[in-house]
Design a binder for this molecule. Structure first.
Ligand code: NAD
Length: 360
């Protein structure tokens, strides 16, 4: 298979972790007979330094013309970088918002998977962890409360702020379809999360999800209220496969789910739109405090590359191979400093990439 991949190393540890993910992708290409063509573009602080803006239109055009985009991270030290005290549209993070908008990415997928070898980092009790958990949170990314009309005004002498939460059925349908499609590639279980006992938007959400579910008879669907879901995540996380939910609920639940996995350096993510073109990136930021030291954990980015193979290219076998290689390296006791524990072998960013590529 021939695939065009846009690489966005970005700032901080971005270039180091993207380099390791590319190393693993190159090994996949070699082993399975694919051709990956890479084009690098600048985004974030490095683009501001070079072009005065966090993302140029030329860079967007390159990303749009590719089959998938793999991103490291953007941004400098919060509160203490040359890119901090500038207009919001000229900050590194504005590049991120622009590329998500330009690529029309409305679905965000964040897996939360607990590796047996990293169980000690999980804040839950062993009897709750049980055999571990392996879920994805599918979050709607471009609608709902964060994109609704808002204003603050004085009403009868009292300051009053209003936010609005709007979803139309098309917005719900397209994310629901994505959720069911992902479930079909997994254990075929969808938990649709809403607040239908209170919110109209949730009632519509429930109705549309039910309609979409009719097209996926193999998938088991459960509706769950968001407050219950927040509890279930820490009481019995093993019950979940795909959690399908709207923007704000997904924002909160995905952070909760990632916390119970223990390490930020392990968490991948994908943002998808109508087409197969997706944006894949680790859930963490640019970690300027450890940039350039060859100690960052590249696993979140390498697992994001695996998601890219699975969701943009339908290369499930190859994605499985990367995930198995990561599990193998952890089983053999190799750890970057962020996940290091007694008796394990500490290794650098480069070494971790080498080890995973070798085991693919
Ligand atoms: P961060 O995720 O960059 O770092 C938080 C902590 O986790 C730091 O101590 C860091 O060293 C550590 N860490 C993060 N990733 C790691 C890895 N792969 N291996 C080992 N340790 C890791 O969050 P922050 O410090 O709040 O933000 C730093 C910059 O990143 C800011 O400019 C912020 O805006 C930006 N940011 C970018 C993205 C993105 O590009 N998608 C996301 C979040 C934050």
């Amino acid at each position: 298979m021939d695939c065009k991949i846009t690489l966005i190393p970005g700032d901080g540890i971005g270039p180091e972790i993207v380099r390791e993910a590319k190393k693993v992708l190159d090994r996949i290409a070699e082993k399975y007979g694919h051709k990956f063509d890479y084009t690098k573009i600048l985004m974030g602080g490095c683009s501001i330094d070079e072009y005065g803006v966090p993302l140029t239109d030329e860079a967007v055009a390159i990303a749009k013309a590719s089959d998938a985009v793999l991103l490291g991270a953007v941004g400098g030290n919060v509160g203490n970088s040359k890119w901090y005290d500038v207009a919001p549209n000229l900050r590194p993070e504005a590049g991120l918002l622009k590329i998500r908008k330009e690529l029309e990415l409305f679905a965000n997928i964040r897996p939360a998977y607990l590796y047996k070898e990293l169980q000690d980092a999980c804040p839950l009790k062993p009897e709750i962890i049980g055999d571990g958990f392996d879920m994805v949170i599918m979050r709607e990314l471009t609608g709902g409360l964060y994109f609704g009309k808002r204003h603050t005004e004085e009403v009868d002498g009292v300051m009053t702020a209003t936010d609005t939460l709007t979803y139309n059925e098309d917005e719900i349908r397209r994310i629901a379809i994505k959720g069911f499609e992902i479930a079909m590639k997994r254990r075929k279980k969808v938990t649709s999360v809403d607040k239908a006992n209170v919110l109209d938007s949730s009632r519509l959400w429930r109705k549309v999800v039910k309609e979409v579910a009719a097209d996926y008879p193999e998938v088991e669907v459960t509706d769950m209220l968001v407050d219950n879901c927040a509890m279930q995540l820490v009481m019995n996380p093993g019950q979940f496969d795909v959690i399908l939910t709207e923007n704000m609920f997904g924002d909160i639940l995905s952070d909760e789910a990632s916390m119970i996995t223990g390490s930020i350096g392990m968490l991948s993510s994908a943002s998808l739109g109508k087409t197969k073109l997706g944006l894949y990136e680790p859930s963490h930021g640019s970690a300027p405090d450890i940039a350039g030291k060859d100690i960052a954990n590249p696993i979140a980015t390498i697992l994001s590359a695996a998601m890219m193979l699975r969701y943009s290219f339908d290369l499930d076998k190859e994605a499985d191979a990367i995930e198995a290689a990561v599990a193998q390296v952890l089983k053999e006791g190799y750890r970057t400093v962020d996940i290091m524990s007694e008796g394990m072998t500490q290794c650098s960013t480069t070494k971790m990439g080498d080890l995973i590529a070798e085991r693919v």
